[in-house]
Ligand binder design. Structure first.
Ligand code: GLN
Length: 558
């Protein structure tokens, strides 16, 4: 056997363990946080961990979905547009995950159909079962291999009992059948406390466990989400009726912060239990760094007030802050680091489109305009940018928030009448934000899915600028998701007019960061990318930290 052969044999002989996470009773029970927290714990026990998300919808990725429908679209380093749970995994694991760790029903079918067209099934009949679950298994195993993971967590979206995720449960069943020792299943369930009864009820969880059994999958561990902690009596009841030892029923009451969850799980000895289920080497769970972060977040007494001006807030009668999840988390991590907590006010800029006083914005220590699309609420956003600029309120513009800062400056400072982004006004006399030629062709062909400028791109920073100081480096990499860019023809004029392009693509073709000089404004920065995707609890993002520092300074002054 050659050297390479020997190496391959060693790699293959390594046992990889898999833990599926499924949800019972209802959606929104917190499977994503449970999966992320399991990952934090296993990593803290010295295991190499990776996490996958499977979404049951037909969309090939999350990119074409309306944010108010789906929540935030989280962009991975290699450009895949995914579900916000991928963001939670990255934050809790403090790891960068590849697109191999995300799949949807649509993406799985797409590859099976492509393989069939390419005769890769050798002319045989290709069937929903087993070929779809086999494709899923292949993807899971490849992701585990690529991450060289000891434990691979696989969260199956949706709720057990619904039609959509049944083929993914089938994949879990088939994997377990092949290697019973190496595969486990966690059921994240919910125990309601109906107001009229005032007692925590276990029956829905019992039904969920049975429904799971009817798919041939048996829970090894039940994470019992509930408004309050579970008592021993209920643990035993679930144990008896759902066929798991009572120590395998983990109490998961509602928490103040999602970052408490790994610590709470560990109080229930979750690490030891999972170790036993997967026959892992028993180790101590070292959550010291995590616990220090949580302590820091609780210790804060001083508060900052930040206005977040967007438009994807309303779903019926409910306010959806999920759409801006990574932005909120990024602000929190940086604030905690500086000993502050942030109070966020959601400002729906559609309310300012047609005028109205903006004076109340003065009370904010900082204003953020996050990413967005389309025409709605844009005039309102431009008025908010203008107000922040003129009143020297720290401003951070993310993607659309950067583009609009350029439009506002062109219009109001440089007097370029009708300056606009062509996204809003295709015939703008001054298209300061324009579409790249390659993007124009894609849109003309109606090819919207997965075609934006996506994922990580390098950016070089200009000496002596706020951006360079914040990052403390000359070259950075940040994740993108947009079609439009600062029009290169306008760059010299905008620079002459006082705007500083402090970050550009290495070839200087694309403007990545714009800012105002410090003597003009204490902190006015717009970035064409989405720094929020790189902010982690254990590694706050330097640009958010710089923004929060500026907000702290304003707070101290006023
Ligand atoms: N709509 C803008 C573009 O596509 C900004 C996108 C964003 O904010 N993510 O360029």
């Amino acid at each position: 056997m050659g050297r390479a052969g020997k190496r391959a044999a060693t790699v293959a002989s390594r046992t990889r363990k898999y833990l599926f996470v499924v949800g019972g009773v209802m959606s929104g029970v917190g499977k994503g946080i449970a999966t992320s927290s399991l990952g934090t714990i296993l990593k803290a026990r010295g295991h190499k961990v990776t996490a996958l998300k499977i979404d049951p919808y037909i969309n090939v990725d999350a990119g074409t979905m309306n944010p108010t429908e789906h929540g935030e679209v989280f962009v991975l380093e290699d450009g895949l547009e995914t579900d916000q749970d991928m963001g939670n995994y990255e934050r809790f694991l403090n790891e960068t995950l590849p697109s191999a760790n995300y799949m949807t029903t649509g993406s799985v079918y797409l590859s099976v159909i492509e393989k069939e067209r390419n005769l890769e099934y050798g002319g045989r009949n290709v069937e929903v079962v087993p070929d779809i679950p086999l494709e899923v298994i292949g993807r899971i195993e490849r992701a585990a291999e690529a991450a060289d993971a000891d434990v691979t967590l696989v969260e199956i979206g949706g709720t057990v009992g619904e039609y959509q995720n049944i083929l993914f449960l089938e994949a879990a069943r088939m994997m377990k059948q092949r290697a019973p020792e190496d595969v486990g299943t966690v059921l994240v369930s919910y125990l309601p406390v109906p107001g009229s009864i005032g007692e925590m009820k276990t029956k829905p969880t019992q039904y969920a466990a049975r429904t799971l059994n009817s798919a041939g999958v048996f829970a090894d561990l039940i994470i019992a989400r509930a408004p309050t902690p579970l008592d021993q009596k209920r643990k035993e009841k679930i144990s008896r009726f759902c066929n798991v030892p009572s120590e395998h029923v983990i109490s998961a009451p509602d928490v103040e912060s999602i970052y408490d969850v790994p610590l709470n799980f560990e109080k229930e000895r979750l690490g030891d239990t999972v170790s036993a289920i997967l026959s892992l080497h028993r180790r101590e769970t070292r959550l010291g760094e995590w616990a220090a972060f949580v302590r820091r977040s609780k210790r804060v007494k001083k508060r900052l007030s930040i206005g977040l001006a967007g438009k994807y807030f309303k779903s019926g009668e409910f306010v959806l802050s999920d759409v801006y999840l990574s932005v909120l988390e990024a602000l929190k991590f940086s604030a905690y680091e500086l000993g502050y907590a942030v109070d966020i006010d959601y400002l729906d800029t559609r309310a300012y489109d047609k005028g109205g006083s903006l004076q109340k914005l003065k009370k904010y220590d900082g204003i953020v305009i996050p990413g967005g699309f389309g025409k709605e609420g844009i005039e309102g956003k431009l008025r908010v940018v203008s107000f922040a600029r003129r009143h020297r309120i720290p401003y951070l513009g993310l993607c659309y928030g950067m583009q609009l800062a350029v439009v506002e400056y062109a219009r109001n400072v440089m007097g370029l009448k009708g300056a606009a982004t062509v996204e809003v006004d295709a015939k703008a006399p001054h298209p300061v934000i324009d579409i790249l030629p390659e993007q124009k062709h894609l849109l003309a062909d109606g090819r919207y899915g997965g075609t934006m400028r996506l994922g990580a791109y390098p950016c070089v920073l200009k000496k002596g600028t706020l951006a360079r100081e914040a990052y403390g480096r000359a070259r950075i990499t940040e994740r993108h998701r947009h079609r439009y860019e600062v029009h290169p023809d306008y760059v010299p004029r905008l620079e002459e007019g006082g705007l500083v392009f402090s970050g550009t693509s290495p070839d200087r073709r694309l403007m990545e960061i714009v800012e105002l000089p410090r003597h003009v404004h204490p902190f006015f920065v717009g970035v064409q990318f989405h720094p929020e995707f790189l902010a982690r609890p254990l590694a706050p993002h330097p640009l958010f930290t710089a923004f929060v520092k500026a907000a702290v300074n304003r707070r101290r002054r006023t």
